[in-house]
Design a protein around this ligand. Structure first.
Ligand code: 76U
Length: 470
């Protein structure tokens, strides 16, 4: 029989856990053999001077984990345990250095990143109020898993909201809420014909291309002209589904004029396999004109899948995005993806719903449009003052970034490296091209969401140093 070493100092683990652990080790090391009988609970309790309850708890845990079995009126016996055939190799647990992550996020002196919204201006109090109300009032919804497409009432709010703000015509049933555009596109591609060739704008949002390629979908690149994606190139291609950003082409900022929109819809309407994925990313902030209606609002043939996100208008970290499926694709979605669990937090959905219904969202957009308009104007002024004739700014009519093209001896990579060394966060446009392209000029994407008054001058001076400094 094994001898137990019981530590009774209070800081140690519970007595039953010590018994359990020592019995387990004895079984694993074969000090106790398969089918050996364990002492009765009372006997063991007496031998080691612990309570009957402690022994009982240890035995129950051993039974639950499969080390021990009980036989009615006979007692407890050791199970036959399957032994590992391979010795554990500790070296395999070592995380290679290239997979290690830095705890700290990078600090910059200023950021021209196009990937952020301004957290400092986020209406935290009203958001938290909506969240608190949702937590209190929506117990039923929060206790349960929700529909794979998201909560119906939230989709009702969103359907009304999209009709009002973007002219999108849909029923709540057609909306799918998700934790990001990529996750939604993944769902979409899984219900579309696997032979679909997807057309991606060149330049365009490469992460969608990577996603489709990772799923072994075929992808073709469709160039832009000054009105956005080129429909004549599209017509010459094998593409049957095109992904486009007509409101604010990503990253050039081109706003697609109405005729090009209709041309695109005509292209799609000629064949029932054709679809347009309208990615309405970054369409909320418009500075010099009224919002252009979405493609979806003009579509009379069920050809447009509309996608959008609250990443720019609220915060990217909220991870609330959505897509609106035309009815034939909703049919397929219900057929093929009914097994999915919703990827969008119910609490976030309910908070957003209140935030929209109470008018806080529109108030926020109004406030932010004013703020971003001021930042954009000041930044353009500062850049033009600093760079004079060596800079050209395009795509600045809407959204939270524009493109700045520099007449400089230095290429993009060199400028980006210099900027990084100076502590400035900024990205070039080549990351949005699939094909390496030769250009005598360098274009950078200039995001201004986080550039407040204090940071702006410093950011521009540092950028000048990176482009032209010695
Ligand atoms: C999203 C476009 C064109 C959708 C985007 C982005 O929040 O995941 C850019 C880079 O639903 P979400 O929205 C995604 N459509 O550009 C987001 N783009 C990223 C952040 F800006 C990355 O890779 O440079």
């Amino acid at each position: 029989m094994i001898t137990f070493q019981i530590d009774r100092t209070r800081s140690k683990t519970y007595l039953y856990q010590q018994l359990y652990e020592q019995l387990k080790q004895a079984i694993l090391q074969k000090d106790l053999k398969a089918h050996d009988k364990l002492p009765s609970k009372r006997e063991l309790a007496g031998n080691v001077s612990v309570s009957f309850n402690s022994v009982n708890a240890a035995y129950q845990q051993l039974v639950a984990e499969g080390y021990v079995y009980a036989k009615e009126r006979m007692g407890y016996f050791v199970e036959e345990i399957t032994m590992f055939e391979v010795e554990p190799n500790e070296a395999l647990q070592e995380l290679p250095s290239h997979l290690r992550e830095d705890e700290k996020t990078k600090e910059h002196i200023a950021s021209f990143s196009h990937m952020s919204a301004d957290h400092a201006s986020f209406p935290l109090d009203s958001w938290l109020k909506c969240e608190q109300q949702a937590l209190k009032a929506e117990r039923k919804q929060l206790e349960n898993y929700v529909h794979p497409q998201g909560l119906y009432t939230v989709r009702q709010t969103l359907a009304r909201f999209l009709r009002l703000t973007r002219g999108v015509k849909c029923r709540p049933e057609q909306i799918v809420l998700g934790s990001g555009t990529q996750q939604l596109l993944r769902q979409l591609s899984s219900i579309m014909n696997p032979d679909t060739t997807y057309g991606i704008e060149e330049p365009g949002y490469q992460r969608l291309r990577h996603l489709l390629e990772s799923e072994e979908r075929s992808v073709a690149y469709i160039p832009l002209d000054d009105q956005g994606i080129s429909v004549s190139h599209l017509e010459k291609s094998h593409v049957s589904t095109v992904i486009t950003t007509p409101s604010h082409q990503f990253p050039t900022g081109i706003i697609m004029p109405i005729s090009r929109r209709i041309e695109l819809l005509n292209w799609a309407a000629t064949n029932e396999d054709r679809y347009i994925i309208e990615d309405d990313y970054d369409s909320e902030f418009i500075y010099d004109a009224d919002a252009v209606p979405s493609l979806q609002s003009l579509d009379g043939s069920n050809r447009v899948i509309y996608t959008g996100t609250f990443s720019k208008s609220l915060l990217p970290g909220l991870r609330i995005s959505y897509m609106v499926l035309p009815i034939p694709l909703l049919e397929k979605y219900r057929d093929k993806l009914a097994f999915l669990m919703s990827s969008c937090s119910t609490l976030a959905q309910l908070t957003l719903q209140r935030f929209i219904e109470t008018g806080e969202y529109q108030k926020h957009i109004k406030k932010m449009t004013k703020l971003y308009r001021m930042r954009r104007e000041r930044l353009i002024e500062e850049l033009e003052r600093a760079f004079e004739r060596t800079i050209k700014i395009t795509g600045a009519n809407s959204g939270l970034h524009f493109v700045a093209t520099f007449k400089s001896e230095r290429g993009e990579q060199e400028i980006l490296e210099r900027a990084k060394a100076l502590g400035l966060e900024v990205y070039g446009t080549s990351r949005f091209y699939q094909q390496a392209f030769m250009s005598t000029q360098t274009s950078l994407v200039i995001g201004f969401a986080r550039l407040n008054e204090e940071l702006m001058e410093r950011a521009v001076t540092t950028l000048k140093e990176a482009v032209f400094g010695s």
